[in-house]
Design a protein around this ligand. Structure first.
Ligand code: FAD
Length: 622
């Protein structure tokens, strides 16, 4: 029972850590141990949708939230003034310290061995995975492997017309492994992403920039970590000028993208600065975030200025920004193209169909982003470990986690462009608020054995206390003469007939302060307990009370859909012979190979009528 995880990026870290934590002897094989946890692009973790996944990872024993807390130097809750469901925690992470924190965490994980080397190919014998051959000729025996090779498979960097084979700037690509996977018949396509130039801090005139402070009371990502310790620093904002636009437009044909040198498809939601000026011609100026890269170095990252222009044009663009007139580029931006494999070839547990013992996670599956990679890495690690122990895979539902939404999207619909998590991708957003990820995912954490005993005890205690609080609020009765009467009166409500405290909290007139006054009357409301923050719990309660009716309606709709997710499509179901289904539906079912009726229903082009018919045919055993 041996697992090898290939790749020490964000997916690989989570896969290796969780599998070892689950008791499976695990080896993390990666090209360069010093690059474990490297953030290839911007030094930040989280955001809306992405931050939700970081909290989910944490709830399931993942590392990303703790690493971000340990290395974070600027924390903000995005969408702080909007509804709780779409608030997203985000942090600037110190790139150097993040890497060290990741390495330390892995080195401290019992049962996990780190090995530096490059995987060249997998070896199967008689339908069983035997191990991984390394480029140096050595062999790592294993029974299962998780491949998390990021942008390295046949990676090629582009700066203007210059092309260099590389997995990331300064690191070699992985070609042999990519060639073996193609030769095995896996469907592959080229995707592309890009990054921004890095600037010498000493050459920027910060007095010309708009400062953006982090939250005064920064909140950590992790439910179980040690909190935030590093000094907090500001970020800055600058805007492109007409000269930036001129520099781009006058040189468009010199960029890799517009000069015709790129074949891969790029991420829609992280466009290059070239793309921004071309695709949004009415917008004459774009915001650029000036982000500290590390407290240890003088490097500054320019988020929003991703580019594949030649270096001289990058210099002109950078110096066109106010305050950057004398700026020096330390590392130029670049685009990178790489092989990614069609995720429709994966099971819902992220195992590769037809290649026993192999799982894929991260950028290789067509996603972009550290958090997306980490979410998949965690699930692939859990499921590879479970497979080795003869257990069924754990599948997170779309109503349970953003990670579940992402994996279901990938393996059901596939993706033609780098996939990034957005809250709009989830149809059940109300139930997926990131602050309750610990309680929401507790049953899964318990089943998987993902949390350390002390963490599990803490999660159980908090979930129990939340449930008790709900009971207390439903039982407490508010009348003008009850202890809660003055709160209702202060809100201008005359409630002669009385109502439960929970129903009182639904009223918009109940401000956070009034809610605090009411909750203070409940026994034990603010008794100290690890992880219990009364202000956050009050906000959560107000959110739950106010959206309860929506939530209940959503839950009813969900119950129907969830039932479909339990209707399994038999493996030997011969779609081509099914009566009554159109050729288009048959084609899509053959291509996407859904495992359940629920998955089939989510394939674009599969009509409700086709789902009903399919259901009948499955029940009849057609
Ligand atoms: P990675 O973090 O890339 O890690 C892959 C790991 O696998 C590395 O440690 C590598 O050494 C190892 N490896 C590869 N092949 C082998 C092998 N054969 N043997 C041993 N080890 C191997 N994301 C965004 O969200 N927005 C962006 O704008 C953005 N821009 C990017 C720009 C660039 C230039 C790059 C390179 C990435 C960008 N990303 C961006 C993507 C982000 O970096 C990735 O999504 C994320 O790092 C993917 O994590 P991963 O674990 O899948 O792979």
């Amino acid at each position: 029972m041996r697992l090898v995880v290939i790749g020490g990026g964000h997916a690989g870290i989570e896969a290796a850590h969780i599998a070892a934590r689950m008791g499976v002897p695990t080896t993390l094989l990666t090209m360069n141990l010093d690059q474990i946890g490297q953030m290839s692009c911007n030094p930040s973790i989280g955001g809306v949708g992405k931050g939700h996944m970081v909290r989910e990872l944490d709830a399931l024993g993942g590392l990303m939230g703790r690493l971000a807390d340990r290395s974070g130097i600027h924390f903000r809750i995005l969408n702080g003034s909007r509804g709780m469901a779409v608030r997203g925690p985000r942090a600037q992470a110190d790139r150097v310290k993040y890497r060290i924190a990741a390495r330390n965490a892995l080195e401290a994980t019992p049962g996990l061995r780190l090995v530096q080397g490059m995987a060249a190919c997998f070896r199967w014998e008689g339908g069983r995975l035997e191990g991984v051959e390394l480029q140096d000729g050595s062999f790592l025996p294993c029974d299962a492997a998780v491949l998390t090779s990021g942008t390295f498979l046949n990676g090629r960097i582009l700066i203007g017309a210059r092309k260099v084979d590389a997995g990331r700037a300064g690191e070699p690509p992985s070609t042999q492994l990519a060639d073996q996977l193609r030769a095995l018949g896996l469907r592959c396509r080229r995707l592309k992403t890009g990054t921004s130039p890095r600037i010498n801090r000493a050459t920027i005139d910060f007095s010309r920039l708009e400062a953006q402070a982090g939250d005064p009371d920064p909140r950590p990502f992790s439910f179980y970590g040690e909190g935030i310790h590093l000094p907090q620093v500001p970020c800055h904002i600058v805007h492109t000028t007409p000269e930036t636009e001129r520099a781009v437009r006058e040189n468009l044909d010199r960029s890799s993208m517009y000069g015709g040198h790129v074949e891969g498809v790029g991420p829609r939601y992280c466009p290059s600065i070239e793309d921004k000026f071309v695709k949004f011609p009415d917008k004459t100026s774009h915001q650029i975030f000036v982000e500290p890269d590390s407290l240890e170095t003088q490097e500054i990252y320019l988020a929003g200025l991703s580019t594949s222009m030649p270096v001289d044009v990058q210099e002109r663009m950078v110096r066109s920004l106010p305050g950057f007139e004398a700026a020096e580029i330390l590392r130029p931006g670049y685009a990178i193209e790489y092989d990614s494999f069609d995720p429709l070839q994966l099971t819902r547990g992220l195992a590769v169909d037809g290649l026993p013992g192999l799982w894929f996670a991260g950028q290789i599956n067509g996603t972009t982003g550290y958090e997306e990679a980490a979410g998949q890495g965690l699930m692939a690690g859990i499921n590879a470990a479970r497979w080795l122990r003869g257990q069924a895979p754990v599948i997170l539902g779309r109503d349970q986690a953003y990670i579940g939404v992402m994996i279901d999207d990938l393996v059901t619909k596939g993706t033609d462009e780098p996939y990034r998590m957005l809250t709009a991708r989830a149809e059940h957003r109300l139930g997926l608020a990131c602050d309750v990820a610990d309680t929401r995912l507790l049953p899964v954490a318990r089943e998987v054995g993902a949390l350390a005993p002390a963490e599990l005890a803490r999660a159980e205690a908090k979930a129990g206390r939340r449930a008790r609080l709900h009971d207390q609020c439903r039982e407490a009765w508010v009348t003008p003469t009850s202890p809660f009467g003055p709160v209702a009166a202060a809100a201008g409500l005359s409630l002669a007939a009385g109502l439960s405290l929970f129903d009182l909290l639904k009223r918009q007139q109940i401000t956070p302060d009034l809610a605090d006054a009411a909750l203070a009357l409940l026994e034990g409301w603010d008794a100290p307990q690890p992880g219990w923050e009364p202000a956050a719990e009050r906000d959560l309660l107000l959110f739950e009370a106010r959206y309860q009716d929506f939530h209940a309606r959503e839950a009813r709709i969900l119950a129907g859909q969830r039932a479909w997710d339990h209707v399994r499509i038999p493996v030997d179901f011969r779609v081509e012979h099914l009566p009554g289904l159109s050729n288009e539906v048959k084609e899509k079912l053959q291509r996407h190979r859904p495992e359940t009726l629920g998955q089939a229903s989510r394939i674009p082009g599969i009509t409700p009528a086709a789902v009903t018919l399919l259901h009948l045919l499955i029940e009849r055993g057609a």
